[in-house]
Ligand binder design. Structure first.
Ligand code: IPE
Ligand code: IPE
Ligand code: MG
Length: 259
């Protein structure tokens, strides 16, 4: 799909000028980056550890990437943390993921609040355990006036479930006369998704080498630039993230038009 740039050894400063070739161009940043954080289990297996240890290590990578986004000035970061299909994993793994999420929120709340980062959730929040919902609500409330970076956590998220929910909402409004069926267009569809008000992702990254979407943001990724890296999520860090953004900046986006 795309070649992975060689490891860069330059300092951040030399990479963040707005002119230099091979450096990050601050004027051409993707506004919205979405990430399918995959490979925790395989990372754990490789290190002879339990899958749960892989998820624990994965939460360190989340912290690093959130910080990096805030530092370079990305406006929206959406992280696929738990899919509607992930409920079918063994109960012990689901429970561990939920516990880890609460732990993560408690430990990061302060940093998010102080660094002008706003937390939002996309997905079936009502399906999450009460403790998780409570920690999410608390963090969302605490950060709701923040605006430098919006961090969207996709939890019990599925693209198809989101589209079904949208269809039901629009159908109901059509039935009650609030929406004229002939007036339904892309804007009305977008307004009835979890991502209402959020621009579509410019860049979609998937770790662990799998070449699939796995039910993530089906409507929204129509014209996202896709980058797949073989790195397992727990090994993913700021350096590789910056390299991917630089690679993104070299792409020609055409949106179906003639070049
Ligand atoms: C991603 O890692 C985390 C979640 C889906 C919750 P996986 O747990 O899917 O790791 P692999 O794909 O088995 O390596
Ligand atoms: C996608 O990863 C979901 C998340 C990263 C939360 P999965 O590991 O669940 O997807 P598949 O099974 O490889 O498609
Ligand atoms: Mg996986």
């Amino acid at each position: 799909m795309n070649a992975i740039p060689k490891k860069r050894k330059k300092s951040l400063n030399s990479r963040t000028s707005s002119a230099g070739s091979g450096d990050l161009d601050k004027d051409k940043l993707p506004k919205h980056v979405a990430i399918i954080m995959d490979g925790n289990g395989r990372w754990a297996k490789k290190h002879l550890l339990s899958r749960i240890k892989g998820h624990e290590k994965g939460s360190d990578a989340v912290r690093a990437i959130v910080r990096a986004c805030r530092e370079i000035g990305i406006a929206y970061l959406t992280l696929y943390a738990f899919s509607t299909e992930n409920w079918q994993r063994p109960r012990s793994e689901v429970n561990a993921l939920m516990t880890l999420l609460v732990k993560f929120l408690k430990s990061e709340q302060k940093e998010l609040a102080e660094n002008d980062i706003r937390l939002q959730v996309i997905g079936q929040m009502e399906r999450l355990p009460a403790k998780v919902q409570q920690a999410l609500r608390e963090t969302m409330n605490l950060t709701r006036s923040n605006s430098a970076l919006q961090l969207n956590l996709a939890l019990s998220y599925g693209g198809r479930a989101e589209l079904i929910r949208m269809a039901r909402k629009i159908a109901q409004k059509s039935k009650s006369g609030e929406i004229d069926p002939d007036a339904i267009d892309g804007d009305i569809v977008a307004e009835h998704l979890y991502t209402k008000g959020i621009p579509d992702p410019d860049l979609l990254i998937r770790t662990s080498g799998e070449m699939r979407i796995s039910n993530f943001l089906l409507w929204q990724v129509a014209y996202s630039e896709i980058y797949v890296t073989p790195t397992y999520w727990p090994d993913f860090g700021k350096d590789e993230f910056l390299d991917i953004i630089i690679a993104y900046q070299r792409r020609k986006r055409r949106f179906g038009r003639a070049s």
